[in-house]
Design a binder for this molecule. Structure first.
Ligand code: FE
Ligand code: ZN
Ligand code: FE
Length: 189
């Protein structure tokens, strides 16, 4: 049997030059991403009341209301993080969250109140939660590598909350999708 020899890749002189001259550090990337999610969370606190108001199902409404409280606490946690880094808490516009919130608004304006629109609201909300889970996972990993254990802990806590919110939405969607499809059957009959 032929064994493959692993070739170690040599960096070209040009690439070495790029790395040497680059002043950007992982710390800066981390801070940029922290500003992004800070803006995103604050933006979400403005969108959640609109999603709650548009909810037909009372449990869905309650889920949006309680996630608003959770989100406000997450904003505080990010401010703690900035403080630990000795940095001012400033946001930087998050294109991802802006777009995801817009998708939710489209659901509200395009559909009439009812189970089917609720299903659309859940879809939009789950996309938001997944975006956040991914953002906090990345940030937590970076914080760890950078030796910022307290920050990493705070980011991990939020990540777990977002996963919980996503799970609750999963449970709600199972019931609400069923009601939405039963409504449709009634219409057909
Ligand atoms: Fe959040
Ligand atoms: Zn973003
Ligand atoms: Fe969230």
């Amino acid at each position: 049997m032929k064994t493959k020899t692993v070739k170690t890749r040599r960096l070209s002189p040009q690439r070495k030059e790029v790395i040497k001259s680059s002043k950007d550090s992982l710390e800066e990337t981390f801070e940029d991403l922290l500003k992004d999610i800070y803006w995103a969370e604050k933006h979400l606190t403005k969108a959640l009341p609109r999603m709650s108001k548009a909810s037909f199902n009372e449990d869905l409404k309650a889920a949006f209301d309680s996630h608003l409280e959770v989100t406000e606490h997450q904003v505080k946690r990010l401010e703690q993080c900035f403080q630990l880094l000795d940095k001012k808490a400033v946001g930087k516009k998050c294109m991802g969250m802006e777009g995801l919130v817009k998708e939710g608004e489209e659901v509200i304006s395009d559909l009439n109140e009812g189970h089917a629109r609720d299903a659309g609201l859940i879809a939009a909300a789950q996309k938001i939660e997944h975006y956040e889970i991914s953002a906090y996972g990345t940030l937590r990993t970076m914080a760890k590598v950078l030796g910022k254990a307290q920050c990493a802990q705070l980011l991990e806590e939020t990540k777990d909350e977002e996963a919980e919110a996503d799970q609750l939405l999963n449970d709600l969607s199972e019931r609400i999708n069923k009601m939405a499809s039963e409504m449709q059957e009634e219409e057909v009959e």
